[in-house]
Every structure is written in C-alpha cells, then in structure tokens.
Design a protein around this ligand. Structure first.
Ligand code: SF4
Length: 376
C-alpha cells in the first residue's frame, strides 16, 4: 500500500487552547459506531458526563447554544481527552485536520486548510510544495476501479503541478493553462481516448497555449465588464450553497456590498487599487495563490477516477482561489486599505470550512460556470 503526504505534513501540531478558531465549535461532530460503542461501555467516574454529552440517537456530540461541543471546556480544552485520554477520541476528532482520499492500494493524506494552523503553515511557505510517498506492507484491490484512468490522472496531476509551480509565469496564466488542459483532457476522457492525453499535456506546456491564454487574460486584466460580470456571477452562487455557520452568511453579505454595491466602475477601481497595493506589500499573493491552487488540485483532482469529471475538479480549485482573492479585496477595503497575513489566513480557513466540509457544496461548486467559459 502506498501512502502520500505533502512535505509540510510533519510541521503540523494542534494549537489546542491557543487556537483562534477551534474545530470543536461551529460544527456538529458525528461519532463513529466503534467509538459510540466504547462510550456506552464506559464504567469509570466520567461515565455520567460522557453520556450527557452524547446524543446516541443522532450519533453526534451535543452542543451548547453557541454551537460549542459539549466536551469543550471554558479553556478550549477537550474534557473527554482530559479524563479518558487521546484514545477515547472518536475518529472525526482523531483524524482532523487530516483528509484522506482513498484509491486502490493508495492513500493520499492531506491537511485541511479549514484548520487555522494548517492555513498558516501553507500560506507562510515560500518553496513549492512537494509530495512524499512511502510504501507499506499490504495490498488492497477494489472491485470497481479503473487503474488505467487513475494512472493517467496521477500523471496529469504531475503536469498540472509543474505548470502551477512554474514561477516564471504569472499565476493567472498558470491557472488558465491548467483549466484549458483539464478541459481538453475531459474531452478525451468522454471520447474514451485516454491514450491521447499525453498530447494534451504537451500542448499546454507549449508557447502556443501560452499565447491562447494571454489573449484570454487581456480580457480580465483590463478590468472590463467581463471581470465584473464573472466575479458577480460566481459570488452570487455562494448564496446557493449549504450554510454551515450563520456568521458566514453575514460575512458574505458584508463583502458583497463592498465589492459590488458601487457598480462596475467602482469594482474595477477597487480591484486596481488592491492589485497595486499588493504589489508593494509584503503579502506574497503570487506564492500564496500557487500553494492554494496546488492544495485544491492535490485534494480533489484524482477523485475524478470515480466520476470521470476532472474538469470540474480544476474548476472548483480555480474558482475557490479566485473567490478568496475577491474576499481579500473586500477585507482590504473595509480595513482602510490594509491587509495582514492573519487576515489572509482567516479568510482561507473560513472559506474552506464552508466549502470543503460539505459534500453538497463541493458538488455544487464543481458544476459552476468556469472562468474559462466566461472569457469566451
Ligand atoms: S482547528 Fe486545528 S489547531 Fe485548532 S484546535 Fe482544531 S486541529 Fe487544533
């Protein structure tokens, strides 16, 4: 069995009570059956408090009025952990913020940027992220798995990473190149022409593809009506997603007002002002957006082996980073033309909490219109 992790994986250590956005509040924690059985069998002094904190019917931990887990004490520490030790934690709590994608004989483990500490580690990293693999004993065969498609997706993801991490190119150009690559590869998959994918990868590494993408970029960079229209359309779609935290809805409406209430010209002025400010600031958005794009691609792209929809996965990745940028623009404006590293970390983990922790939201976003489509 092969296991893969990003090379910053071991830098992570939970901040526990020092965390600014604990994962033990705001979400309903669902416990696995094995842990529930153990909780029911608990005989010690903590038995009563343990049972009181669990809703065995819905298999979840109870929450207080502020949506804090019943086991989270006033110091933001877990009472269950303190009384019964680390082994008592349910699978969700033991695993988070680790995210595992399962394939035949392969486990790809990433760290979710919905955790503030993971977001901080990823966004402060300057070097391109690498991925490490180790082989362990054991072999697992899936009955219904397409190993050839999976191997093509793994190779395609390598090509996508190499384009995204090519710092000679502007980040917008890199993003549009990988959208184009995924689009053309999707056509090959639908025609069952997987053997022709290599030709697509080579095309998107060529100067011709760069020239095509540059044409598209001119439409966006002039901050014409196209960018305004595209930004508004994507932003409006955020309201159609499942709302996981009430305060996210309030945040969305506030940001929307800042971005769009003044109309197209005000939006373009805001975008230009923010871009100029970013160029002079110590927020290295070019590197940060690269790390985020690689993060999203790494987490979702190979899942295309199960539904065949790889273009959707790249679309989700690019749209996510685009919207995070739009939100940063609004926050910068709201703070009187100022943005700190902590603001970027917070924006990223809040966005990820709403999008990545709902299968429904991921599914809906994958089907959103693509940025490439807007530029036709
Ligand atoms: S969000 Fe991350 S750092 Fe914070 S308590 Fe949870 S795992 Fe720890």
């Amino acid at each position: 069995m092969q296991y893969s992790i990003p090379d910053y994986y071991k830098e992570f250590a939970c901040l526990a009570d020092a965390c600014e956005g604990t994962c033990c509040a705001g979400w309903q924690i669902v416990a696995d059956k094995k842990s529930l059985k153990r909780y029911k069998a608990e005989k010690g002094a903590y038995k009563k408090a343990l049972r009181a904190g669990i809703d065995f019917r819905s298999e979840t931990f109870r929450q207080d009025a502020d949506k804090r887990c019943a086991f989270l004490n006033e110091k933001n520490l877990c009472e269950m952990y303190l009384h019964l030790g680390a082994d008592s934690l349910c699978k969700t709590c033991r695993m988070y913020p680790r995210h595992v994608e399962e394939f035949e004989n392969v486990r790809e483990i990433t760290l979710s940027v919905s955790c503030p500490e993971v977001a901080r580690i990823l966004l402060s990293r300057k070097e391109p992220v690498k991925f490490l693999s180790v082989d362990r004993d054991g072999f697992e065969e899936y009955g219904d798995f397409d190993p050839f498609l999976y191997s093509q997706l793994v190779e395609a993801r390598e090509v996508i990473r190499s384009i995204l991490q090519d710092r000679e190119k502007d980040i917008s150009r890199r993003a549009l190149l990988v959208l184009g690559l995924a689009h053309d590869m999707q056509v090959r998959i639908e025609k069952s022409e997987l053997f022709a994918c290599e030709e697509v990868w080579n095309r998107y590494r060529s100067k011709k593809a760069e020239a095509f993408v540059d044409e598209k970029l001119k439409i966006l960079e002039g901050c014409t009506g196209k960018r305004y229209y595209c930004s508004r359309k994507l932003y409006d779609r955020l309201y159609q997603l499942e709302l996981l935290r009430e305060d996210w809805g309030v945040h969305l409406r506030r940001m929307e007002k800042i971005l769009y209430a003044g109309g197209r010209d005000a939006y373009c002025k805001l975008q230009k002002g923010f871009a100029n400010w970013l160029d002079r600031s110590d927020i290295d958005w070019k590197v940060m957006s690269e790390q985020l794009l690689v993060y999203f691609i790494d987490t979702y792209f190979c899942g295309g082996v199960y539904d065949g929809c790889i273009y959707d996965k790249v679309n989700l990745s690019v749209a996510s980073v685009f919207l995070i940028y739009e939100m940063l623009t609004a926050i910068w404006s709201e703070k009187g033309e100022c943005l700190t590293f902590s603001d970027v970390v917070k924006t990223v983990y809040r966005f990820s909490r709403e999008i990545e922790h709902s299968d429904m939201n991921i599914g809906l976003m994958e089907k959103w219109p693509s940025l490439l489509g807007f530029l036709r």
